[in-house]
Design a protein around this ligand. Structure first.
Ligand SMILES: Nc1ncnc2c1ncn2[C@@H]1O[C@H](COP(=O)(O)OP(=O)(O)OP(=O)(O)O)[C@@H](O)[C@H]1O
Length: 246
């Protein structure tokens, strides 16, 4: 099967610091690929390179058979790549449903969502409601996102990303800062993501990684140390020595 996302020899330097080194891997439809590695290994930088937040100094990023290395973030989104938005960078005072409607307006090329009346687009309003329901947030449709529990805000982030109908979803530490008690709902939401999506997830919680991922990519000092199934990674002496401990 051809890859949804492919990195070919991707490199990034910040001055003298070689942050990602010759990184190559593929993500196929249905993959749940966990990107793990010690602090400072280059995980976030790599996700920035994939989404186009930062450029690369070498190598190529391919999305659904197209070289997108030189494309902007917005162009990559239009081609099916989404990452979770930081809710705080949106409009936290807006009701949850309105936030999602705005993302849907954006997807449909209807700019200026804030000023549009949703009455003219009942199908989008319906889609926003369904997304809220899917994430168990229907009761909070009218709640400003800033008044939601932190775990619920992270669910809204995921709903916003899915509103774009992506083929590839990048999740940067979706469980970070979520209180243990709220983790279950987020986990259920991760489990319920559309099967055919290709998902790349940065996560520090190894229990979650081994529960969720069908493949694990280990990054160490910017380079791929290992790429394999959870079992292969668990058994890899190199990974144990460098990262997992014994
Ligand atoms: N904009 C930047 N300018 C200079 N150095 C940077 C920049 N962004 C990241 N770095 C450096 O690149 C290295 C990799 O950082 P990155 O955040 O990608 O690692 P990470 O694996 O995501 O770490 P963590 O698990 O702690 O989030 C670090 O040494 C970091 O200080």
């Amino acid at each position: 099967m051809s890859a949804l996302l492919e990195l070919r020899h991707v490199d990034k330097r910040y001055g003298g610091l070689h942050v990602t080194r010759d990184v190559s891997f593929q993500l196929a439809a249905g993959d749940r690929l966990a990107l793990i590695g010690p602090n400072g290994a280059g995980k976030t930088t790599l996700v920035h390179q994939i989404s186009g937040v930062v450029g690369s100094d070498g190598g190529e990023v391919w999305l659904r058979g197209e070289n997108v290395t030189r494309l902007s973030q917005a162009q990559r989104v239009r081609r099916g790549l989404a990452r979770t938005f930081q809710i705080t960078t949106l409009a936290p005072h807006l009701p949850a449903q309105r936030q999602i409607e705005m993302a849907l307006f954006e997807r449909e090329g209807l700019g200026g969502g804030l000023w549009r009346s949703v009455d003219s687009y009942p199908h989008l309003s319906q889609e926003a409601r369904e997304l809220l329901e899917r994430f168990g947030l229907a009761a909070h449709a009218a709640t400003p996102t800033q008044d939601l529990a932190y775990g619920e805000q992270r669910l809204i982030e995921m709903a916003l990303a899915l509103a774009l109908r992506p083929k590839v979803l990048l999740l940067d530490e979706p469980m970070a800062g979520v209180p243990k008690g709220d983790g279950g709902r987020l986990l259920a939401a991760l489990d319920a993501l559309p099967r055919e999506l290709g998902v790349l997830i940065i996560e520090h919680d190894m229990d979650l990684v081994f529960r969720l991922a069908n493949r694990i990519l280990v990054l160490c000092e910017g380079a791929v140390l290992a790429d394999g199934t959870p079992d292969e990674i668990r058994r890899s002496p190199a990974v144990r020595a460098a990262y997992l401990g014994n």
